[in-house]
Design a protein around this ligand. Structure first.
Ligand code: FAD
Length: 359
């Protein structure tokens, strides 16, 4: 998704010719597993780079979706009814109140609901142990696969060239020393493509590719599992179906009485990062997440689980997520990777940041 967002944003710059190389078809990798929940206003980031990126994404998302739908004719499933986060700890309330004030001053809305208001608006939720509901009407959820496909279609319509199912295996470089080296071409298994500038937006492919450039950047996996549940009727009020979060477990309404539930956060055992990529999900962890969701939304217990999956989130080691910066030692290679738990939210802002760096 991040690479597709960058390709689309750059396709709007008349002087840049863009070629995308991906070892898979569009929307694989971590993106295929993501729930697409975009927590910007409701996040506790209030200043600095991380908040700036969230804010830029919040601003860019509505125009981006409208542009893509007009350009491609594709519809992108999304939920714009907001995010409701259940607060179970009275000691957290002052922090939420202070966030509410900050967001108000920043021009955003955040509502603090009493448990009775939660029950009234979302009768499917149990308010056992709930001390407040934090409702963020401007946050949203989007289908990551559909958005990635629309970004690819939009970029292609604007002239971007795509080479799918082609792993990048190496680079042609020249020069070195204080001025830095320059990358002149990219090798795939079957061809060599000349380039003036390279953006590495390869998630967990970052370490092996930066190793070939002798500047290893470690981005390791954190596994996440999710599942899809079908019910016989919608939960709560059909006209009000926000994304719900309780104890870091999301319940995402998809329409047609389908819901996503997730996700687990599973760290790899102490192994070298290359081996960690082979890590496998623990079934019991997903059951725990389902039990947690049923605890705050009891009617889910009557649903049928129709799908289960897992993916590997790309998490930078030794630096904050995401990594958007030049690759040390090179004058024309940039990294845009390691978005960890927020790649869907941050993809549009990342694309704008990369455009700024390149232009
Ligand atoms: C269960 C789960 C739930 C999540 N929920 C959310 C959520 O609600 N909200 C949110 O914002 N984020 C969420 N995330 C995180 C989100 O999925 C990631 O941050 C995001 O998908 C990262 O996107 P990306 O494009 O950087 O990486 P990826 O989607 O992993 O894409 C990397 C791409 O690089 C390509 N590649 C790698 N190596 C090479 C190579 N050598 N040559 C060519 N191509 C290469 C791959 O084929 C792939 O297409 C979730 C993740 C998981 C696992």
């Amino acid at each position: 998704m991040v690479g597709a967002a960058i390709a689309y944003e750059l396709s709007l710059c008349p002087d840049i010719g863009v070629t995308v190389i991906d070892r898979s078809p569009p929307g694989q990798g971590a993106t295929a597993a993501a729930l697409g929940v975009a927590m910007a206003v409701i996040s506790h980031k209030v200043k600095g780079r991380n908040w700036r990126l969230r804010q830029q994404s919040l601003q860019r998302y509505p125009t981006l979706m409208a542009e893509l739908e007009a350009l491609t004719g594709q519809t992108i499933q999304r939920n714009t009814q907001g995010i409701l986060s259940l607060c179970f700890a009275p000691e957290d309330l002052p922090r939420w109140r202070s966030l509410q004030t900050i967001r108000h001053d920043q021009g955003y809305r955040l509502e603090l609901w009493e448990p009775e208001q939660v029950r009234d608006r979302c009768p499917h939720l149990s308010t056992d142990g709930v001390v407040a509901g934090i409702f963020s009407p401007q946050d949203f959820q989007v289908n990551p696969t559909e958005l990635t496909q629309a970004l690819v279609a939009g970029a292609a319509a604007n002239g971007v060239e795509f080479h799918f199912n082609q792993p990048v295996v190496g680079f042609e470089t020249k020069g070195s020393g204080e001025e830095g080296a320059v990358c002149t071409a990219v090798h795939t298994a079957t061809q060599t493509l000349d380039a003036d500038a390279i953006v590495l937006s390869v998630g967990l492919g970052t370490l092996p590719l930066t190793q070939t450039l002798s500047q290893p950047i470690t981005i390791g996996p954190v596994l996440g599992q999710g599942l899809r549940i079908h019910l016989d009727s919608p939960l709560g009020k059909p006209e009000f179906q926000p994304v719900v979060n309780g104890h870091d477990i999301h319940l995402v309404p998809l329409g047609d009485d389908d819901y996503w539930v997730g996700a687990t956060v599973e760290f790899p055992p102490e192994t070298p990062p290359e081996e960690a990529l082979a890590m496998q999900p623990e079934a019991e962890r997903l059951e725990e997440v389902l039990r947690g969701a049923i605890a705050y939304c009891p009617p889910l217990a009557a649903g049928t689980v129709t799908d289960r999956w897992f993916g590997l989130r790309p998490r930078p080691q030794g630096q904050a997520a995401p990594v958007i910066q030049p690759l040390t030692g090179y004058r024309n290679i940039w990294l845009a990777a390691g978005h960890y738990r927020n790649g869907v939210l941050l993809a549009p802002a990342t694309a704008l940041a990369v455009r700024e760096l390149l232009v």
